[in-house]
Design a protein around this ligand. Structure first.
Ligand code: ISL
Length: 565
């Protein structure tokens, strides 16, 4: 067999550029700002930077609605700024991975502008156009070609008056879905990808890539209740040609390219059986995928905005299942956070009394699994959810649509807001907290979204020289992955699966063994250990207070220990 892939010992850092660092005082983060802060990433020790979209965009969904794939949006800078950033990233020995958003474009992309211009435009078939449902007039309620509900609420079809037809948008109406059945669409995408690779980028994070193959029959989904809308997922999630498309993309774009590249597919609703197929290297599709099972465990019957407390046993069962399923073939991505998820320390940890301990315990548990860890900006500082006062402080299209639709359906504004505060995506999008100055060192202007008031004490500057800080704990975890092959490629075995508060597992590679034991609760917990482990085997802990006796360890709230032999 060959050597393990380079990304088995790599850690990826996600930058959401709008909220990272602003160089010109317009209140929006930009490429020059990011370039000026690369020392932070180098200090942390990450290997790869994944850059959320910086392409030209009307920003209906903060850049996940692209109007030109080969231009930088002026709010972020210029192509020159991009080249400078890329050169600086590479000069620090890191790689740069771009966000690829090709399930949909912006409705302002020239492709869509042409497509909508008339029924016989050559690009008409680049998107999903359909007449009103049989027996309905255009615009009449229920006339949408299918009953599918959009991810961002309401129908996933919008009527275009020009030709009296509807177009499909699984997300916002400003994000029309491309028709991947059309080979011209696929070739245009591949050409654009090659252009970025030729420019020097090191791969792609592929937005909702498991939604690109739709069943062309477009059947209705089972109705889920909300205004008679239905769940279309079975007809576009992991659709009939998805593997064919990804293999074709691999062949057309990646095959034979020199250098170390990374491909990771974002895949809502993906199962581990499917993930194994997507990431089996022999199939030449993707290196790894983002799955969503573990970040759905606190969703209630009403979905993400009907949250319920996490049961740790569910989390262990879920992540453990994925470890086993992709144990021999395929590869896991490991993440708690990204720009769509609430902050993990507020969600699964304790962002009050035990903030530092819970942030470091959660990090320890995640990073020492088998897979490639992803750190989302601010996570390495233990940044928390934001205390949004009212709906006026929210910016995200998903949150605002949810608010509007819930109130229209008779929801109580205060309880809708409470759910948005807990689960809304804006929690992840408040500016990175660099220092204690009024705008946290993010901007000299008016930030596009409010800075979290806790930046006065929770910030990067306060953490660099504090050995016990969340930042320095992440640094040590990343270092462990670089140094220890057992972290990168060892086997995984879950321990104590039924314990409600302790997360424990073992990794093995030949004679090397690693043991992770963490108390993910606010009360003291005890765990039994194999008698051979002793305090002298501890290589990393988020406390100096070790309570280890032969065969037993006692863990104060949120304490996490790593043993190695
Ligand atoms: O966070 C979500 C809503 O609850 C997810 O469903 C999310 O929309 C889904 O994971 C897809 O996310 C990606 O594509 C979206 C974009 O808004 C997200 O920011 C992106 O990560 C559409 O491009």
């Amino acid at each position: 067999d060959t050597a393990p892939a380079w990304w088995t010992s790599a850690v990826v850092y996600q930058v959401y550029p709008r909220s990272f660092a602003d160089s010109d005082g317009d209140g929006v983060g930009d490429l020059a700002g990011l370039t000026s802060r690369l020392d932070h990433l180098e200090r942390l020790g990450v290997d790869v930077v994944w850059l959320s979209p910086v392409y030209a965009s009307p920003h209906a969904d903060n850049g996940y609605d692209i109007s030109d794939y080969q231009a930088i949006d002026p709010v972020f800078g210029t192509l020159e700024d991009f080249d400078r950033l890329q050169a600086e990233v590479h000069a620090r020995g890191m790689k740069l991975v771009m966000d690829l958003v090709v399930n949909h474009t912006s409705d302002e992309h020239p492709w869509f502008v042409e497509s909508r211009s008339s029924k016989d435009n050559p690009k008409r078939d680049w998107y999903w156009w359909r007449p009103p449902r049989d027996g309905f007039e255009a615009g009449q309620p229920g006339a949408e070609p299918t009953n599918w509900e959009s991810f961002f609420f309401g129908p996933s079809w919008t009527l275009d008056e020009t030709a009296g037809e509807y177009y499909l948008h699984l997300f916002d109406r400003k994000q029309p879905d491309l028709n991947w059945e059309n080979p011209e669409v696929r070739q245009a995408v591949y050409e654009m990808m090659r252009w970025w690779l030729d420019r020097g980028v090191n791969g792609f994070r592929m937005d909702v890539i498991n939604l690109i193959s739709k069943d062309p029959a477009l059947p209705d989904g089972a109705t889920t209740g909300a205004g008679g809308l239905g769940d279309g997922f079975p007809h576009y999630g992991n659709g009939p040609r998805i593997h064919e498309f990804l293999r074709e993309m691999h062949r057309e774009v990646f095959e034979g390219r020199p250098g170390e590249l990374l491909t990771v597919g974002e895949m809502p609703g993906v199962t581990f059986e499917q993930a194994k197929l997507f990431t089996d290297p022999a199939r030449r599709e993707l290196d790894m995928v983002f799955q969503f099972e573990h970040v759905s465990l606190d969703h209630g019957p009403g979905g993400k905005f009907d949250p319920k407390p996490l049961d740790l046993r569910d989390l262990k069962a879920s992540l453990g299942r994925w470890q086993t399923a992709l144990g021999d073939t395929g590869w896991n991505s490991l993440y708690w956070n990204n720009h769509d998820q609430p902050r993990v320390v507020s969600r699964f940890g304790d962002d009050g009394e035990h903030r530092r301990e819970s942030a470091t315990a959660l990090a320890t548990v995640l990073h020492l699994h088998r897979g490639t860890p992803y750190v989302y900006q601010g996570e390495e500082l233990g940044m928390t959810n934001a205390p949004f006062g009212g709906v006026g402080e929210l910016r995200d299209v998903e949150s605002l649509n949810h608010y509007r639709h819930s109130l229209a359906a008779g929801g109580d504004p205060e309880s809708v807001l409470r759910a948005l505060r807990a689960m809304g995506r804006d929690n992840a999008r408040t500016p990175v907290q660099w220092d204690s100055t009024p705008n946290a060192g993010f901007t000299t202007g008016e930030p596009w979204i409010a800075v979290n008031p806790n930046h006065t004490w929770l910030n990067a500057e306060a953490q660099y020289d504090d050995p016990g800080s969340v930042f320095n704990h992440y640094r040590r975890l990343i270092d462990l992955r670089h140094k220890l092959p057992v972290v990168a490629v060892g086997d995984f075995r879950m321990l104590m699966p039924d314990h409600p508060h302790v997360y424990a597992y073992e990794r093995r590679l030949d004679d090397a063994r690693l043991l992770v034991v963490a108390n993910l609760s606010g009360t003291t917990q005890a765990a039994e250990l194999d008698a051979e482990w002793s305090a002298s085997d501890v290589i990393l802990a988020n406390t100096e207070d070790l309570r280890i006796s032969p065969g037993r360890v006692e863990l104060a709230p949120w304490h996490a220990l790593v043993f190695q032999r």
